[in-house]
Design a protein. Structure first.
Length: 318
């Protein structure tokens, strides 16, 4: 039987606990954000670098240098490292199977390579699980025992917590962005279909921004300035609502938290998304079965997600 918390249990057996000094690394599609945990609290200083800035040294080696430098300046000692990856992680929480935006990581035993350099436990975790775990610990989903999350950024992913612990299925549950959508043209076969991620993630927003020569961060603020732009953005929001309705229909969570860089953009029509998703989803006696709320912690949620797992380690719930 697949042990869905094996990476955290290995860290516990290596001595990592709630009082440990831990560097937390959030690897996105284009940038890396770094923060820290020290003796049960987040460290105020956080930093961000672009992936291209460290590629010259080799991504693993460059990342190890960043972690060591952060530790020297802000933690003093390093007891462990937690890393999120925007891609598919193997069941061993070591090998990266697929990472569309950082393809050089595919097939590598990323956690083992970093451990060999840093000589501390390395936990490799799905970004969407840590993001939702953080909201559960300190944000919009605080103390909610039945909560799902949808996070829309460079890619699209989802997660689900039952009594605070992640549901992983056989290892890759809720990789929502990989859902193939039936092709709109009869000339195309199903195996040529685009995925949900292709049609409504941050990468699609880049295409829309280029099409209308609008700065990507201002796209939603311009939503009523052009009928064509409005139609393209409405089409994208329709797919966001579809993703929400899939999660609700599959898991019927009491609460669904929506976050990620796309939903944090200026002018993002969250109320429209919520109303449309509610209309597409199951209702009982004309009342929605799921409350839909925006995430509140932004990327720092991965820090609080790490704190939540460390708290679990001390209380042996995992």
């Amino acid at each position: 039987m697949y042990d869905n918390l094996s990476c955290w249990k290995r860290a516990r057996h290596s001595g990592v606990n709630q009082t440990s000094h831990v560097t937390v690394v959030d690897i996105g599609g284009t940038s890396i954000k770094i923060g820290g945990i020290r003796e049960g609290a987040t460290v105020d200083f956080k930093t961000k670098v672009y992936i291209d800035e460290i590629r010259a040294d080799g991504l693993v080696e460059g990342l190890a240098k960043l972690i060591s430098a952060y530790c020297r300046e802000h933690l003093g000692t390093l007891d462990g490292v937690v890393i999120t990856i925007p891609g598919l992680i193997d069941r061993d929480h070591d090998r990266i199977l697929k990472c569309k935006n950082i393809s050089e990581l595919e097939g590598r035993k990323f956690a083992s390579e970093l451990h060999a350099i840093l000589n501390v436990p390395v936990v490799l975790e799905r970004d969407v699980i840590l993001l939702l775990k953080g909201e559960y610990y300190h944000g919009a989903a605080k103390d909610q025992n039945d909560v799902a999350g949808l996070f829309i950024g460079t890619g699209i992913g989802a997660s689900y917590l039952i009594s605070g612990q992640p549901f992983r299925g056989g290892g890759w549950a809720l990789e929502l962005g990989h859902i193939p959508l039936f092709p709109s043209s009869k000339d195309k076969k199903l195996n040529q279909a685009e995925t949900l991620e292709d049609l409504c993630s941050g990468s699609q927003l880049v295409k829309i921004a280029n099409k209308y020569d609008v700065e990507i961060g201002k796209l939603f603020a311009q939503i009523n300035c052009s009928n064509d732009l409005t139609n393209d953005l409405d089409y994208l929001i329709d797919f966001h609502a579809f993703a929400v309705s899939v999660i609700i229909s599959t898991f019927s969570p009491n609460l669904l938290v929506i976050g990620g860089g796309v939903t944090e953009m200026e002018g993002y029509p969250f109320d429209r998304l919520r109303d449309l998703a509610t209309s597409l989803s199951i209702s009982i006696h004309e009342k929605p079965i799921t409350t839909i709320m925006p995430a509140t912690l932004r990327w720092e949620s991965v820090l609080y997600g790490t704190l939540s797992f460390l708290h679990d380690l001390d209380y042996a719930s995992i």
